[in-house]
Design a protein around this ligand. Structure first.
Ligand SMILES: O=C(O)CCC(=O)N[C@@H](CCC(=O)O)C(=O)O
Ligand SMILES: [Zn+2]
Length: 349
C-alpha cells in the first residue's frame, strides 16, 4: 500500500548573528567573565564592562602591545562601530591575533544615552587623584587607568612596541577630516617621527604636537605607561547607524594589520602635515566670550592680530602667523580649554 507522499520541507533558518561585544556591553552583559580560548588559539578575557583583552596562544608570536579605545565620548559612534567590527573579526577567528590587544569602550552610560558625557567630560578626568566625591565618569576613568597600567606593565621590560590609539570624532566640521593629537612625550623623550609617518597608512592627514600636559586618556598612557599614544579624530560625531558618510576603511585595515602583528611602514610622500599646538585658549570665568562662531570648522585660518576671545582676566589675540583654530567650544566648563591655536610645525622657527 502506498503511503502518503512525503515532501521535503525546507525551513529557512535565519542566520543567527551572535550578539556583538558592543551590544552585550550596552545591554549590561559584559561583567567580568572566565577567560576562554578560541579555536585558533587566541586567548580572550573580558576584564571589566566594555573592556576585552586578546592574546596570542604562544607569547613568542606576540609582536606588540596595542590598546584601542573608543567611546570615551558617548556621541562619537563611528569609531565605536569600527572597534566593535574589529572585536567581532577576532572573536569569529577571521583575524589572527599576533599582538596583545586591549579593546576599550570608554563611557558606556554616555554611549547608551548618545551623549558626549552624562555628568562630566571623561576626557578631562584622567591623570588625577581619585576622590571620595568622584562621580561615575571619574571612577570609570580611574578604572580604565588601572586596566591600562596593568596591561602595559607586563610588557614593560622587553622593548616591544606599545601603542594606544584613542579614537574620537569631532563636534564640528573640519577642513582636515582625519587628524591626530600627539600628547607631549614624557621628559627626555621626543615625538616619534616614524609613528607620525605611519599614521598616513590609517588615512590620517594631520598630526598636532601637543605642547602642554592634558587630562586626556592618550596623555595618561603616554606619561604613565610609556606607550606611544594618539587621540585620533575620524570625522564628525553622529548617532549609531548614521556613519555611512565617513570612510574608515584605511583605519580599519591599519588596525587589522597591527592586531596581526605587522607595523606598517610610513609611505613615501604621504606623511601627515604636522602642526604644533601654540596655545590653549582657556575658559577662566563665566564671562568668557569666543569672538568667532563656536561652530567654526577645525583648521580654519585665524588672521594675525584678530581678537579671538575675551574673559575676566583679559583678551586673547592671535599673535601667531599662519594660525588655525581647532576644537572651538565656548560651552566647556570653566577651567577647561575652549579651543587650540595651532600653527604649521616650522612656522616662525
Ligand atoms: O570637536 C571637539 O571639540 C572635541 C572632539 C574631541 O572629543 N576631542 C578630544 C581631543 C583630546 C586631545 O586633545 O587629545 C577631546 O576634546 O577630548
Ligand atoms: Zn571625543
Amino acid at each position: 500500500m502506498d503511503g502518503p507522499k512525503l515532501e521535503t520541507i525546507r525551513i529557512e533558518v535565519p542566520a543567527m548573528k551572535p550578539e556583538s561585544f558592543l551590544a552585550q556591553t550596552l545591554a549590561g552583559k559584559t561583567a567580568i567573565a572566565l577567560p576562554y580560548t578560541l579555536r585558533n588559539g587566541t586567548r580572550v578575557q573580558v576584564m571589566d564592562e566594555g573592556v576585552i583583552r586578546f592574546e596570542p596562544r604562544d607569547s613568542a608570536h606576540r609582536k606588540l602591545d596595542l590598546v584601542i579605545s573608543a567611546g570615551v565620548h558617548g556621541n562619537e559612534t563611528a569609531p565605536v562601530e569600527l572597534l566593535d567590527r574589529l572585536i567581532g573579526e577576532v572573536l569569529s577567528g577571521r583575524l589572527k591575533v599576533r599582538a596583545r590587544v586591549l579593546c576599550v569602550f570608554g563611557n558606556i552610560e554616555a554611549l547608551r544615552r548618545g551623549v558626549r558625557f552624562v555628568e562630566r567630560d571623561m576626557n578631562r578626568l584622567f591623570c588625577r587623584l581619585p576622590d571620595s566625591h568622584d562621580g561615575a565618569e571619574a571612577r570609570r576613568a580611574t578604572m580604565l587607568e588601572m586596566q591600562l597600567a596593568r596591561f602595559f606593565a607586563r610588557a614593560m621590560q622587553d622593548g616591544k612596541p606599545r601603542l594606544h590609539y584613542d579614537l574620537h570624532t569631532a563636534i564640528h566640521g573640519s577642513l582636515i577630516e582625519k587628524f591626530a593629537i600627539y600628547p607631549v612625550p614624557p621628559e627626555g623623550k621626543a615625538f616619534d617621527r616614524e609613528q607620525i609617518a605611519r599614521l598616513a597608512r590609517a588615512g590620517v592627514s594631520a598630526v598636532l604636537l601637543q605642547s602642554a600636559r592634558a587630562p586626556t586618556f592618550s596623555y595618561f598612557s603616554s606619561q604613565h605607561c610609556d606607550a606611544v599614544s594618539f587621540t585620533i579624530e575620524l570625522g564628525r560625531a553622529r548617532p549609531f547607524g548614521q556613519n555611512q558618510g565617513v570612510d574608515l576603511s584605511a583605519m580599519q585595515r591599519y588596525l587589522e594589520q597591527l592586531i596581526e602583528g605587522h607595523l606598517p611602514a610610513g609611505g613615501k610622500g604621504e606623511a601627515p602635515t604636522v602642526y604644533r599646538v601654540s596655545r590653549e585658549v582657556m575658559k577662566r570665568s563665566a564671562a568668557f566670550e569666543l569672538k568667532i562662531d563656536g561652530r567654526t570648522d577645525n583648521f580654519t585660518p585665524l588672521p594675525q592680530g584678530m581678537l579671538l576671545a575675551a574673559d575676566e582676566g583679559g583678551e586673547c589675540r592671535v599673535d601667531e602667523a599662519d594660525a588655525r583654530i581647532v576644537f572651538p567650544n565656548p560651552e566647556v566648563e570653566i577651567g577647561q580649554r575652549a579651543g587650540l591655536i595651532v600653527v604649521p610645525e616650522h612656522a616662525g622657527a
